[in-house]
Design a protein around this ligand. Structure first.
Ligand code: HEC
Ligand code: HEC
Length: 469
């Protein structure tokens, strides 16, 4: 076995850009898809090669030779057969809707955000992919957000999940011992998630939770805040956008089939390749702060950051969250069935984000924790009210989250990611700030009532938060 692996790795490394065991002009990008064992071995012999393969797969324009397209499968997250007929090769609103991940995530660099033209129609699409796909009753239109910095975001969310769960266990223990209800406030890293009440018989009342799911898993991804990990998102996206079925969800284990979408390409993307793409995304440089600006901009931005704090924009857009460990392990601890989990493998692949060149820029607090400058809180909030309702434009709920509730957008990089708002409805920062209702209403009103200079200063500050090209 070992020799076979070495041989295929050698070819993988020699070929350009991602071809494994084919001639360089073959119309397949994936070639031999890496198993998890092969990815583990490659991570030990040459980690950067594994990450580079992830980059190449993210940019690859998938073909039918790669297993692109899904004639008989829908875009639904849970493997679902199309009942009648076949999907078209491409369908802009119902998918497969793009050639590559980078077809949407490319502004200003691969892995970042997208123009309005790259919007996605997010729906479960159980029946047929193009069935009423732009009708708001059946799908929510979303703008492409940036993945830069998401490795750190996922690590934060894992630590927060572990802390919230420890708080729940502690409350249950106290309730059992004291034989009476125990109510605890749930909080992690300075973010409050409401409270829960533990009962002596082990039942937990979760009706007072805020901004997090009842299983206490902090789900930082998508603008709705409903997906757990880069890995889970990648598995979903491969099927939805490209009709590439990852083995870990669409393969024999869960569907009994090696060719669920019936395109005659078995086992389209193996676990090791999903690791490669996940790790490339996790190691992307996080957004930075522009310093190459004229003095008047610097002065305005400094005043703007102060107003941003004074108006309590920072109550949701928290300037930093502290992170204990920079070790990114894949697969992660909190995924559900259908995404490879830490428990499914002998040992996960561990990547020390502290070794990435960008890590030196992270500041540390007196406890030695890294301060992740995300301007977010990894929490969902009501962002709509009767008076200010522009962001309340979705009719369909998603994963049991109310329609007017969204995850606080992380503002690092926001100077590079127009248009704004979850659907990309706003061409200016001023527009999306004015659209904050609900829990954001007070801060928004302070902004609207401020003088022109103060508002302009806030924009000056936000425009220094960029994704380096
Ligand atoms: C057709 C455009 C499009 C394509 C192609 C696409 N994405 Fe996305 N991506 C989006 C949109 C839109 C969102 C935001 C979804 C939401 O908020 O519901 C998103 C969100 C994400 C996120 C979550 C980021 C965050 O911080 O919330 C990840 C991770 C991601 N995409 C990875 C991928 C990968 C990997 C691929 C290729 C397999 C891919 N995407 C292909 C449009 C696209
Ligand atoms: C109650 C929490 C909360 C407060 C307070 C808040 N925001 Fe937000 N902010 C959000 C949420 C949630 C979103 C995502 C809205 C959406 O697109 O659905 C958001 C989105 C944004 C965006 C758009 C980001 C993007 O990429 O599209 C900007 C800019 C922004 N906020 C700035 C501000 C400013 C400036 C203030 C203070 C005046 C502020 N916010 C106060 C929660 C908050």
């Amino acid at each position: 076995m070992k020799t076979v692996f070495v041989a295929s790795t050698t070819l993988l490394l020699a070929a350009s850009p991602v071809l494994a065991d084919a001639v360089p002009w073959a119309e397949s990008n994936v070639g031999h898809s890496l198993s998890f064992a092969e990815a583990v071995a490659l991570s030990k012999s040459d980690l950067q090669k594994l990450i580079d393969r992830g980059r190449d797969l993210f940019a690859a324009k998938f073909t039918i030779e790669d297993g692109g397209g899904r004639p008989k499968a829908t875009q639904a997250i849970v493997p679902t057969k199309r009942k009648r007929g076949e999907n078209a090769a491409f369908q802009r609103t119902g998918g497969p809707d793009a050639n590559s991940c980078a077809g949407c995530h490319n502004d200003p660099i691969p892995g970042a955000a997208g123009d309005f033209v790259a919007n996605v129609f997010v729906s479960e699409g159980f029946e047929s992919a193009d069935f009423d796909s732009i009708d708001a009753q059946f799908s929510n239109e979303r703008n492409t957000n940036t993945i830069t910095g998401d490795g750190l975001v996922e690590l934060l969310s894992r630590e927060m999940t572990a802390e919230l769960r420890a708080e729940r266990s502690q409350a249950l223990k106290q309730a059992r011992e004291a034989k009476q209800d125990v109510t605890v406030k749930l909080a992690s890293k300075g973010v409050s998630y409401g409270s829960l009440t533990a009962k002596p018989d082990g039942v937990v009342d979760v009706s007072k939770l805020e901004g997090v799911d009842t299983d206490l898993v902090v789900r930082p991804f998508s603008q709705k805040g409903v997906f757990t990990s880069l890995r889970q998102f990648t598995v979903n996206a491969m099927n939805q956008h490209h009709g590439i079925q990852p083995v870990e969800r669409f393969g024999v284990r869960w569907t009994g089939s090696r060719d669920f979408d019936e395109d005659k390409k078995p086992d389209e993307m193996d676990e090791g390749d999903i690791s490669a793409i996940t790790l490339w995304q996790a190691t992307l440089s996080p957004p930075t702060v522009r310093t190459d600006v004229p003095d008047n901009w610097k002065t305005a931005a400094a005043a703007g950051q102060k107003a941003f704090t004074d108006f309590a924009c920072t109550s949701c857009h928290m300037p930093t969250l502290p992170l204990k460990s920079l070790s990114f392990t894949d697969p992660g601890p909190d995924d559900a069935a259908g995404t490879l989990r830490a428990a499914d493998v002998k040992e996960p692949i561990a990547v020390d984000l502290g070794q990435r060149p960008w890590a030196k820029l992270l500041k540390r607090n007196d406890k030695g924790e890294w301060l992740v400058p995300l301007f977010g809180d990894l929490k969902r909030h009501v962002i709509v009210d009767e008076g200010v309702a522009e962001l309340g434009n979705e009719i369909m709920g998603q994963r049991f989250v109310e329609r007017d509730v969204f995850m606080t957008a992380e503002l690092w990089g926001v100077g590079s990611t127009a248009p704004y708002g979850h659907r990309g409805d706003f061409s200016t920062l001023d527009g999306v700030i004015r659209a904050h209702g609900g829990e954001g209403r007070q801060a928004r009103d302070a902004y609207v009532q401020a003088d022109d200079t103060t508002r302009s200063n806030i924009i000056a500050f936000l425009k220094t938060l960029v994704i380096a090209k």
